[in-house]
Design a protein around this ligand. Structure first.
Ligand SMILES: [Mg+2]
Length: 381
C-alpha cells in the first residue's frame, strides 16, 4: 500500500454564532483526504475555532508524507501506521512554540486513523483502542453544547428550545456560553438553562476572556447555583490565575482546549492548581498534534494521579467521540446543532441517558454526518 495523493481544502464554518471572545462569521476549517493506490480514503477534519491550516498542510506536512521512504508509513502488517507517519511529519520541527502547526499535523493524523480503520474494516474507536492497548467500547458518555449568543442575548427562547430538544433526545449534561453579555443578562440565561438541565447538569463556558479578578466577581455572583463546571474562567495560558480561582472556588473547572501540546499540558498540570477529584481536562485532540500527542498527555496526567474519566476533549468532533469510546475517557462534547459541520453525532447515534452508541461503520463515520461529509465535496473524486 502506498499513499497516492493527499488533497486538502479550506471550508467555511461561518455562522451567526458568537461566544464571549469571538464571532464565527468568518470561521474556516481544513478538510483533508488521504488516498491510497488501492483507492481507499482516509478523511480528516479540523476542530472548530482555529481556522484552516491550508498553507502549513501544502508547504510542509503533506509533502513530508508524500516524500516518505517506501514502507516508512506502514506497520508490520502493511497497514498505515499513524505514529510512524507522525514522526515523519514532525521531522526537523523545533521543540516549543506550539501553534498552528499542531492543528495541521492533527488534521492529517485524523485522516490516517480513519484510513487505518477502513483498512481493518472497523469503526475507528476499535482501531484506536487496539493500537493503544485499551479495552474500548462502542459507546461514550456525551454532553451537549449549545447556548451560543445569537442576535439578542436577552432572548432565552432559542437557548431553551435547544436544550429542551437535546434533553428529549437523551442528553443529560449541557453547556452554554456566558461572559459575553452583562452579568444580569447572563444570570437570566443561566436560570433558564438550569430549569431544563436540572441541578448539577449545566456547565458554563466563558472562553477565557476574563482576568482573574473579573472571574472571581462572576463566580461569586454564581456561587448559589448548582453548576457542573465553569470552563476557561481565565486566559488559557494564565496558570497562576487559574490556580488562584481553583484555590478560592469549589466549582469544578474545565480547561485545556487552547493548549496544543504535551509541553503546555504539563505546565497546566504543574502550575494550574487543578484538582484531580473534580476538574475536567479538555485538550482538543485534532488541534494538539492528533492522537500520538494526546495519548502522551493522558498518560502524563494518569501518572500524576488523574483518572481518565477527568478527560473530556473539546469540540463536537467525531475524532473526540471515538477517542472517548476507545480510551474510556469521561465525556465527549457534542455540538447540538446537527446542521453545523461539526454538530450532531455520526449516524444520528442514539443517546440514552447521556450515553451515545456509535454506528458500526468503518472509520469515524463521516459519511453518516451529512453536513460534515458535504465539506469533502471535490476531495473524494
Ligand atoms: Mg470551551
Amino acid at each position: 500500500m502506498k499513499i497516492a495523493a493527499i488533497r486538502e481544502k479550506t471550508v467555511s464554518l461561518a455562522s451567526g454564532l458568537r461566544n464571549a471572545g469571538i464571532a464565527y462569521d468568518a470561521m474556516t476549517a481544513s478538510a483533508v483526504v488521504v488516498e491510497t493506490d488501492g483507492g481507499l480514503h482516509g478523511l480528516g477534519f479540523d476542530s472548530v475555532g482555529r481556522y484552516g491550516h491550508g498553507a502549513l498542510l501544502r508547504e510542509r506536512f503533506i509533502p513530508r508524507l508524500l516524500d516518505a521512504p517506501p514502507g516508512g508509513l506502514l506497520d508490520g502488517d502493511g497497514l498505515i501506521d499513524p505514529a510512524a507517519a507522525w514522526r515523519i511529519m514532525m521531522a526537523n520541527e523545533k521543540p516549543g512554540g506550539h501553534g498552528e502547526r499542531a492543528g495541521a499535523v492533527g488534521v492529517l493524523d485524523m485522516a490516517l486513523w480513519d484510513l487505518r480503520a477502513r483498512q481493518r474494516g472497523e469503526p475507528a474507536w476499535r482501531t484506536i483502542a487496539d493500537y493503544f492497548g485499551a479495552a474500548g467500547a462502542p459507546a461514550a458518555a456525551v454532553y451537549g453544547t449549545g447556548g451560543h449568543y445569537g442576535a439578542d442575548a436577552a432572548d432565552t427562547g432559542p437557548l431553551r428550545a435547544s436544550l429542551a430538544g437535546a434533553r428529549a433526545r437523551g442528553f443529560r449534561t449541557f453547556k452554554i456560553k456566558i461572559g459575553g453579555a452583562p452579568l444580569k443578562t447572563d444570570i437570566a440565561r443561566v436560570e433558564a438553562a438550569l430549569e431544563i438541565a436540572g441541578p448539577g447538569a449545566l456547565a458554563l463556558d466563558t472562553n477565557g476572556v476574563w482576568e482573574p479578578e473579573t472571574a472571581a466577581g462572576w463566580l461569586a455572583a454564581l456561587a448559589d447555583y448548582d453548576l457542573a463546571w465553569i470552563e476557561e474562567p481565565v486566559s488559557p495560558l494564565d496558570y497562576a490565575g487559574l490556580a488562584a480561582i481553583a484555590g478560592r472556588f469549589a466549582i469544578p473547572i474545565g480547561t485545556g482546549e487552547n493548549l496544543f501540546s504535551f509541553d503546555d499540558a504539563r505546565n497546566l498540570e504543574r502550575h494550574g492548581g487543578l484538582r484531580p477529584d473534580r476538574d475536567l481536562l479538555q485538550f482538543d485532540i485534532s488541534l494538539s498534534y492528533g492522537l500520538p500527542e494526546y495519548v502522551r498527555i493522558v498518560r502524563l496526567f494518569e501518572g500524576n494521579g488523574w483518572s481518565p474519566q477527568r478527560f473530556a476533549p473539546h469540540a463536537g468532533h467525531v475524532l473526540a467521540l471515538h477517542t472517548v469510546a476507545a480510551l474510556g475517557l469521561g465525556m465527549a462534547e457534542v455540538a447540538l446543532d446537527a446542521a453545523l459541520p461539526v454538530g450532531g453525532l455520526p449516524g444520528g447515534a442514539p443517546v440514552e441517558d447521556g450515553r451515545a452508541t456509535l454506528p458500526d461503520v468503518p472509520g469515524f463515520g463521516i459519511e453518516t454526518m451529512p453536513a460534515l461529509h458535504a465539506c469533502f465535496a471535490g476531495l473524494l473524486d
